[in-house]
Write a protein that binds this ligand. Sequence first.
Ligand SMILES: Nc1ncnc2c1ncn2[C@@H]1O[C@H](COP(=O)(O)OP(=O)(O)OP(=O)(O)O)[C@@H](O)[C@H]1O
Length: 715
Amino acid sequence: MHFIRTMMRHFARHKPLLVFFLIGLLFEVAYAVGAPVSLKYLVDEAFGPKDVQAFYLIFSLLLCGGLLSLAAGLVGEYALNKLSGRVVQKLRSDLYVHIQKQSAPFFQRFRVGDIVARFSSDMASVERVATFSLPFFLKEALSVALGLAMLISLEWKLTLVMVFGSLLMMAGPRLLQGRAESANLRYKEAQERFTNLIDETVKGHRTVHAYHRQSLLLERARSHIQSLLTLGLKMHVTNSLLERLPLTVLLLLNGAMIGFGGYLIFQDQLSIGGFMAFFTLFMSVGQAASNLTLVIPGLIDSGSSFKRIAEVLDYEPDLREVERPIELPPIVEGLTMDEVTFGYTEDSDQLKAVSLRIPAGSYAAFVGPSGSGKSTALQLLARFYDPRQGTVSIDGQNLRDVSEASLRQRTAVVTQESFLFNTTIRDNLLLGRPDANETEIVEAAKLAHIHDTIAAWPGGYDTPVHHEGASLSGGQRQRVSIARALLKKPEVLLLDEVTSALDPGSEAGVNDSIRRLRGSATVVSVTHRLDSVVQADLIFVFQDGRVVEAGTHEELLRRGGLYREMWNKQHGFVLSQDGLHVSVDADRLAQLPFFKGVESEQLRELADLFATETLQEGDSVVREGDSGDKFYLIVRGKFEVVKRGSDEEDRRVAVLQDGDHFGEIALLKGIPRTATVRALGPAVVISMRRDAFLALTAKSPHILQAVEQTLRARL
Ligand SMILES: Nc1ncnc2c1ncn2[C@@H]1O[C@H](COP(=O)(O)OP(=O)(O)OP(=O)(O)O)[C@@H](O)[C@H]1O
């Protein structure tokens, strides 16, 4: 058992405690083995010849030895408790530190449930081994070894018979051991799968209710619970067989010993005292051997726990610091990506030979269609990943050579996740700068347009956050995350779609605050909303993992490429102040391929048919299988398009954003929708009903003809 050796290595790191424990153990075992042997002398030398002197001597030796063994046992026990406590403490902190060193790929491989199980049930099992099973195993193994030596000295022929029997006793557990190991492992994996389901059920309860998918989850939970029952039963049955088998063999052995021992006495080859000593000692050696097999299932169980902990500890961090990292000095030149190629997996590249330069103090934006690699590029600038080829550098220093502490000190990242800790709003804000004072906190919160909201809560900045921020709205979470980054006063601020959940008013305010950082900080902002990048110093346009255009807003518009196309798609809408009503220009409708050739007058009439719809995260605009009766144009927000697979799981097939449209076929036919379109955050769309469209086209049939022609060509 490899893990016992590993555990012993951990024990060996605390030598003085280990020595005390081993001495205590040795005394205890020596006395336990020696006491039965004294019977031989008591019966043959004292009771038989009625020699009182000999009796007193043996009795006093037994009494002193007993007291000594008691004291040694207490000292050993104390040393053991300290020793195992330290070993488990070290293992726990090693595991925690190791997990902290990991980056995104690790957290993609090990889910929350997997990691939590390693700290809870697996660690508890290792703790049991360190404090109980392993010392017990050592004690019983030593008792068997010393006892056997003593039995041989008493009567070697009888001992041979007993050893042969004992081997039989070990054969059963050995045969069952492999099965028990795999039964334990399979039960643990089933527990882990169930924990992951519970985690998903709790975190995704809103989405589950929104889609009324409780029955699907219940079905999955039932199947997990059923396999826990089946696998649990298999594990317990195998373990109890493993425990019972040796006791049965022990009974048979006793019979053999009395028979053969009696024969040796009648042949005058063994004294009565010798037989009594042998019998008693054999019982205690047998008990120790049986205890050994009893403790084995526990050791096997913790062996698999140990393996699972080792699996995490053996996972080499993907991002490692070089031996002598450079401390990043204040940034003066800027950020550079040079021929950067990167893929999340070996077989695909999400960034292909990307080169860009962002001067210090400038405000840069990454824009482009969904999935084009903007967020990936930002994550490489933040060194959440290292490139496969090429370099990412700050002021000419390759990020691979820079110390993580100095990089994090000079930069701040606001990701799409907006994770908040379950503590107060104030503590969440102070995360990046624990020494900030009240004025600075309020200033940052004002810049992020969240101060008034926080101040209106009864607890103000001391309001507790629950469920990792789920007690706040998406927009509030985003603004707290922005304030947290601004409070840090970073030299480089990396922002990933940080205003996606904000209402138009807050979005404009936050964008204004961010723009004002220009000069004092380098800002890189990933966004799909082009209105927010008009004033950027540099805009990089991503498409299919490459930077296809770069320049200022005016330069890119003049160029007439992808940026221009995206800009045109996002414009031509007028949103009312409250964000609840949208009107669309005839010119914007003219850009839709199926309205090509329709005259301006009629486009204006078509524009009047649109109604505004607002949606929240998780709302579905259309559902797969429902009959389609509306065409949609996205004014603000992101949507995922999902299709249900044969396994009843939803698969994302596309992401749509500002300016995209869908469902145009519904203008002509009421055929079922082929996919579900679901909002990924707050969104505004405008929709046109088929009956209204057909009523209008009844008056102007050529509109219908134009639309029919274009859509037929596409089908
Ligand atoms: N952790 C990941 N593991 C595997 N693939 C990923 C991961 N994150 C993103 N991708 C894939 O990488 C590609 C680029 O994604 P990225 O998020 O960088 O695009 P984006 O332009 O920021 O899109 P969006 O605006 O939708 O966020 C996409 O195909 C995406 O599916």
